[in-house]
Design a protein around this ligand. Sequence first.
Ligand code: IPE
Ligand code: IPE
Ligand code: MG
Length: 270
Amino acid sequence: MTSSSQHSPGEPLVPNVKQALTRTERELLLQIIPDRIPAHVAIIMDGNGRWARRQGFIDRIRGHEAGSQSVREAVGTASELGMKTLTLYAFSTENWQRPAAEIKALMLLLEKFLREKIGELNENNVRLIASGRISDLGPKVVRVLNHAIDATSANTGLTLNLALSYSWRAELTDAARRIAAEARNGTLDPDAITEADISARMYHAELDDPDLLIRTSGEMRISNFLLWQIAYTEIYVTPVLWPDFRRRHFYEAALDYQKRERRFGKETRR
Ligand code: IPE
Ligand code: IPE
Ligand code: MG
């Protein structure tokens, strides 16, 4: 990719934006430096319930429905910006404690998304993968999910990683079980275990760690998301509720990220 200085004013920095942009979006996009776009963005998509309440809906599910449109837009924006991976926290292991009707509605929405968006994912060259205790989702959702994963597996653009029945403690527990089993089999020497060995046993070890973690709706917490992988991730919390999170907000997050000085524990450079 080229640096921003080589672009003439008025020319979009990222040429493959298909959408007609508003003036604000265009102005923000023009400030984004292509070679400083975060390669892997992870999003804690929070605030659907609050959005529903603020809109006057009694049913929180209306917020989840509205949030599906934000997912579509975030996937489109991430792929237009040339990001490599977008990890979306869609359902946590703790979310199983929600009322049965809400869980059912969330599973139906997930199924609907997976059934209806395969064409769009393929058009955008997006490859779908999933992280979490996937079998918890039940055979029907698993079947639809696996179909979507297979149908998009040859795509070479953005990798969309859906965190489903995911929590980091569950991921760590699953990794610990694998490590213990390998130690018992004699295929892994307990005294020689390295950080790389642990990383290799996470759900999708092939993914680079996130560069940027976005949390919508203002909560200053991680809620059991990717704790191993976000050791040096830049964090961006926005008060915008997930159903209101639009392309412009994603651009703002990317712009905030490109101002950060990532140090990884080394000396300051400015
Ligand atoms: C995020 O929105 C969606 C899921 C956790 C599935 P919430 O449902 O948590 O919305 P708030 O936080 O109650 O507003
Ligand atoms: C985090 O949101 C999980 C997802 C976005 C899927 P929650 O709403 O479940 O998190 P808490 O309860 O506010 O920490
Ligand atoms: Mg929440």
